[in-house]
Design a protein around this ligand. Structure first.
Ligand code: 1GP
Length: 248
């Protein structure tokens, strides 16, 4: 299955997707089975896997466990080149286009290119736009790059447009893991109406209503990590809200 093609097809049909973010470092391998079952029952569309820090070495193991237990595609959302696992289905090949740190725009890509290419994964070039979430997040600290100010919709729009014209196949707008303020609906709307590629939105989303409103504003994929780690009952509610949305 081609992940990018499926996202484009869903966008054409106005269907929205729900991605549950698993930080292989944050997840307890023994509790993974229950989490996977909840996601399967709730019809979660994708697992995203990755994190800003590498605190353990069970990245491959977590991906393998997911693949063995369900058919939900696993998409790598790597915080560093070490988070490449051949067991996943696809890799978001992120370039931090909102920042001016050459390492995250192209440097790390050069260093890891042979490994990424030989992984056999579907590689999806993704313009990664970090938006100020109201307090420093791990991604804003680690990236050593200023995020887009939360109220500067025009900067986010121009960044996304430039990313699309450079050939990026997805735009990922992220307020950062556990962001105090998620990205505003007005910014999501402004970006999504100015690019044709699917738009992924994440960072600080904690309830079904916000997920639904983000879809209404133009997000094609909603990503939630932290809130689910705290309360897994959200999976069902959020999934229902996202899938209930069907644009005209
Ligand atoms: C972070 O977009 C993701 O990169 C998800 O953020 O953990 O806050 O849901 P949360």
């Amino acid at each position: 299955m081609n992940i990018h093609a499926s996202l484009v097809k869903k966008k054409q049909k106005g269907q929205k997707s729900f991605a549950v973010l698993i930080d292989p470092d944050g997840v307890d391998v023994s509790s993974l089975e229950a989490l996977i079952e909840l996601c399967v029952n709730a019809k979660v569309d994708y697992f995203f896997a990755g994190g800003s820090l590498v605190l353990s070495n069970h990245f491959d193991e977590v991906i393998q466990q997911i693949k063995e237990r369900c058919n939900i595609p696993v998409v790598l959302f790597p915080g560093s080149p070490s988070q490449v696992s051949k067991y996943a289905d696809a890799l978001l090949y992120l370039s931090l286009i909102s920042g001016r740190n050459p390492e995250l725009l192209i440097g790390q890509h050069v260093v890891s290119a042979p490994v990424v290419k030989s992984s056999g994964l579907e590689i999806v070039p993704t313009g990664y736009i970090v938006v100020d979430g109201g307090a420093p997040t791990t991604v804003s600290y680690i990236s050593n790059a200023a995020p887009v100010p939360a109220d500067k919709n025009d900067i986010a729009v121009c960044t996304a447009m430039a990313g699309e014209m450079l050939g990026m196949k997805l735009i990922y707008m992220d307020a950062g893991s556990g962001a105090k303020n998620p990205i505003t609906d007005t910014m999501i709307h402004a970006v999504s109406k100015n690019v044709d590629v699917p738009v992924i939105v994440g960072g600080g989303i904690t309830d079904a209503e916000k997920a639904y409103l983000n879809c209404k504003a133009g997000a094609d994929v909603i990503v939630i990590g932290n809130a689910i780690e705290k309360d897994t009952s959200l999976i069902e509610e959020v999934s229902r809200a996202i899938h209930a949305y069907q644009s005209l």
